[in-house]
Design a protein around this ligand. Structure first.
Ligand code: IDP
Length: 165
């Protein structure tokens, strides 16, 4: 990955994944982790977190005026979540494809092998989160891994060869 310093393409190569409380409770963390590694993405940082209501509100603040917001916040703070910082070519797009559409019902029709199709229940309890843009990645990764700084998110990090396990 030469020229990475001047090449913004590496920005597509890191993303944030969250196993939400429903899938955590159903013990899907290991399966989802394995799928991520089999897809050729690397896990750069990971950990279990419990969001209190205020943190869940902050994480999803862009949705604060939506009618589903209170339900979303109480769901996201209802139990532990498992958060992973993923790296690999086109990580944002790749992970979004792996998780499928927001609504698991739609996912079961359109993308039956996706994680939400298999592990999601409804529009809110949809098993996993995936960042939707590089701006979101930066904000979300700071939220969970405050010390995983811009400096450590170097182009070199993002350009390490993808290992398929
Ligand atoms: P995304 O997670 O697929 O990017 P967003 O529109 O960013 O979808 O919504 C964030 C989360 O809010 C969803 O993953 C889901 O848990 C919840 N959500 C989104 N839309 C609805 C809805 O219409 N009803 C209930 N919950 C919703």
């Amino acid at each position: 990955c030469p020229e990475a310093d001047h090449d913004e393409s590496y920005q597509k190569d890191i993303t944030l994944a969250i196993v939400k409380p429903d899938a955590f409770l159903a013990a899907h963390v290991d399966d989802i982790r394995q799928e991520i590694l089999h897809a050729g993405l690397q896990i750069k940082a990971e950990g279990e977190f419990v969001l209190d209501k205020a943190s869940a509100e902050l994480f999803y603040r862009e949705h604060k005026n939506r009618n589903f917001f209170p339900h979303l916040v109480s769901f996201m703070s209802s139990g532990p979540v498992y958060v992973m910082l993923l790296s690999g070519r086109d990580a944002i797009k790749k992970w979004r494809l792996m998780i499928g559409p927001t609504d698991p019902e739609k996912a079961r029709k359109d993308s039956p092998l996706s994680i939400r199709a298999r592990f999601g229940t409804d529009n809110t309890r949809n098993a996993v989160h995936g960042s939707d843009s590089h701006e979101s990645v930066l904000r979300e990764m700071g939220f969970f891994f405050g010390n995983y700084t811009e400096e450590s998110r170097t182009p070199a990090d993002a350009c390490q060869p993808v290992t398929v396990q």
